[in-house]
Design a protein around this ligand. Structure first.
Ligand SMILES: [Zn+2]
Length: 286
């Protein structure tokens, strides 16, 4: 099994549920067609780990999308994960060189978390504080979902990982225990995710606790772009623009920003796409 997985776990003597996510192969695949700076890469990895952890907790078929917009170097970030743990995402940064401080990366930013259960999507929005994405997401859990949570995220160009701990609703926990777990998750670092993190890491992290580990679930990178969706986008752009591009370029190439897949449309394709739109007046007769 690939190392890319979510491992659920629980504490025998504390009302806390947890999950550990470890992304390596598919995380590098997500980065492959992009050239992000170090801090954008790290933040995208944090978003990937967080989104996977939240998607894992969904109790229905659907997806969760995390979207960040800011006036800082990071203009936009979007990360989506289905309840089957298929992940995709990308970021767009201003060409302002690399930055080293999170507050410069995301200035005046907010994060929208959209949960889509196939019927009625609902969205929670949190401001991103200058500290970190994980602190912002803890606010989201406390305010929008009303489940006290600790989330720790780590990422670099090789791995993205994290741990989410959530209190079991209706069962109070001693604040010393909760603070102790917060401290422990805060010790997670990138080195913990090199090699086989998995169950060993959970045991190491919570060595003093009785932890029960459940069956891991595989996470994969999967883009949901398709020929049909690409054609729909071309149709939305409109016939005039499509024909103009075709005339100057000879072919229309559409590249999926998520997975890098290229799709080409030539004159015949464009003719077929807009066949219903053809209006032949006296001016267009050739
Ligand atoms: Zn794609």
């Amino acid at each position: 099994m690939s190392a890319d997985s979510v491992i659920p776990f629980g504490f025998e003597s504390l009302p806390v549920r947890g999950a550990l996510i470890h992304l390596s192969h598919y995380w590098r695949r997500m980065l492959r067609d992009h050239d992000y700076g170090a801090l954008v890469t790290e933040t995208l990895g944090h978003a990937a780990a967080a989104t996977g952890l939240i998607a894992h907790s969904l109790k229905f078929d659907g997806s969760i999308t995390l979207q960040i917009q800011s006036r800082g170097v990071l203009r936009m970030l979007v990360m989506q994960c289905t309840s089957d743990l298929e992940l995709r995402g990308l970021a767009s940064a201003r060409p302002a060189g690399d930055v080293s401080i999170f507050a410069d990366l995301i200035d005046d930013g907010h994060c929208a978390v959209t949960v889509d259960n196939g019927k009625r999507p609902y969205q929670g929005i949190v401001d991103i504080n200058a500290e970190s994405l994980s602190a912002s997401l803890e606010h989201y859990f406390a305010r929008s979902v009303q489940v006290p949570s600790h989330i720790a995220l780590v990422a670099n160009e090789q791995v993205a990982g994290g741990v989410l701990l959530q209190q079991v609703p209706g069962r109070p926990i001693d604040s010393d225990d909760w603070n102790r777990l917060h401290f422990l998750t805060g010790t997670l670092g990138g080195r913990d995710f090199h090699g086989d993190a998995g169950i060993g890491l959970i045991g190491k992290l919570f060595a003093e606790d009785d932890v029960r580990v459940y069956e891991p679930r595989a996470v994969s990178f999967r883009c949901r772009c398709s020929q049909q969706k690409t054609e729909d986008v071309l149709k939305m752009l409109g016939e005039a623009e499509a024909r103009e591009t075709l005339e100057s370029e000879g072919v229309i190439e559409v590249v999926c920003e998520y997975c890098g897949r290229r799709r080409n449309f030539d004159a015949v394709d464009i003719e077929r796409l807009f066949v219903g739109n053809v209006v032949r007046g006296p001016d267009s007769v050739q």
